[in-house]
Design a protein around this ligand. Structure first.
Ligand SMILES: Nc1ncnc2c1ncn2[C@@H]1O[C@H](COP(=O)(O)OP(=O)(O)OP(=O)(O)O)[C@@H](O)[C@H]1O
Ligand SMILES: [Mg+2]
Length: 242
């Protein structure tokens, strides 16, 4: 990647492959994906169940190894980095909203949201103050000391979103962030993610099936059977996002 491209791109994925299992049980999930996310944009990824969306997000976030190809995230080449450097990079620069939320059931909501700050060396007192403020912003005031299991699915999803944003990561990766939310709450969360994406040195990638939120996308990428099929928006078609 040239220096001029790397200043504009948040994520640059080339010919990435990933197969789960081996032999007869092998499942090729990514079959040579080419994909870019720009700095300052909210990019959506859509596609049928099983086409590889979560797998793609996981390799970009550095939580899953890939077999071939190259991934640069803000100029850091994941394909060439040692695992511990990828972990360091992820801790500081990536916020991930998981499809299944992945909240820690034995911790309170405030403690869950504090985790990204604590692992970046922030004191517990400051981390918990910031976590509580983030939960307020998500429309969950006064629920911070409860365990996530006491909350509804939509409320748990908002705790997961608070945890992904609290350390102000450069790259926010969201796997179905509005799946458990009603229209108004989903709209509020998307407004918030758009505000994060407007920052020139950040980028937000959202996987979704929810066509109510397509209008929030700067660009929309369609995946099918382990590959990117087309990109809508600037430099592509607009039909899906207008
Ligand atoms: N840990 C795993 N072990 C084996 N196969 C897997 C694993 N994770 C995903 N797969 C397979 O890889 C393919 C892509 O899965 P992935 O979860 O990326 O799809 P998806 O597009 O996110 O689907 P959905 O919309 O249902 O969330 C599927 O065939 C899936 O069964
Ligand atoms: Mg998925």
């Amino acid at each position: 990647m040239s220096a001029s491209t790397s200043t504009q791109l948040a994520v640059h994925v080339r010919a990435v492959t990933k197969t789960f299992g081996t032999g007869e049980a092998a499942v090729p999930a990514l079959k040579g994906v080419d994909f870019d996310a720009r700095q300052g944009e909210l990019l959506m990824i859509v596609g049928p169940s099983g086409c590889g969306k979560t797998t793609l997000l996981s390799v970009i976030a550095g939580t899953l190894n890939f077999d071939g190809g190259e991934i640069d995230v803000f100029g850091s080449p994941l394909h060439a980095m040692k695992p511990r450097h990828i972990t360091e990079f992820r801790k500081r620069h990536v916020g991930f909203i998981f499809q299944q939320f992945n909240l820690i059931p034995t911790l309170s909501c405030i403690e869950n949201v504090s985790v990204p700050l604590l692992i970046n060396g922030v004191s517990r007192r400051v981390a918990e103050q910031k976590a509580a403020a983030m939960l307020d912003q998500m429309g969950l005031p006064g629920r911070g000391h409860e365990r996530p299991t006491n909350l509804s699915g939509g409320q748990q999803q908002r705790v997961a979103i608070a945890r992904a944003l609290v350390h102000e990561p450069r790259l926010v990766i969201c796997d179905e962030p509005t799946s458990a939310l009603d229209k108004d709450t989903g709209g509020h969360i998307m407004d918030l993610l758009c505000a994060v994406a407007r920052h020139p040195e950040r980028s937000v990638i959202v996987v979704t099936h929810d066509n109510r939120i397509f209008k929030y996308a700067d660009r929309l990428t369609e995946m099918e059977d382990g590959r990117v099929q087309r990109v809508h928006g600037q430099g592509g078609n607009h039909d899906l996002i207008e």
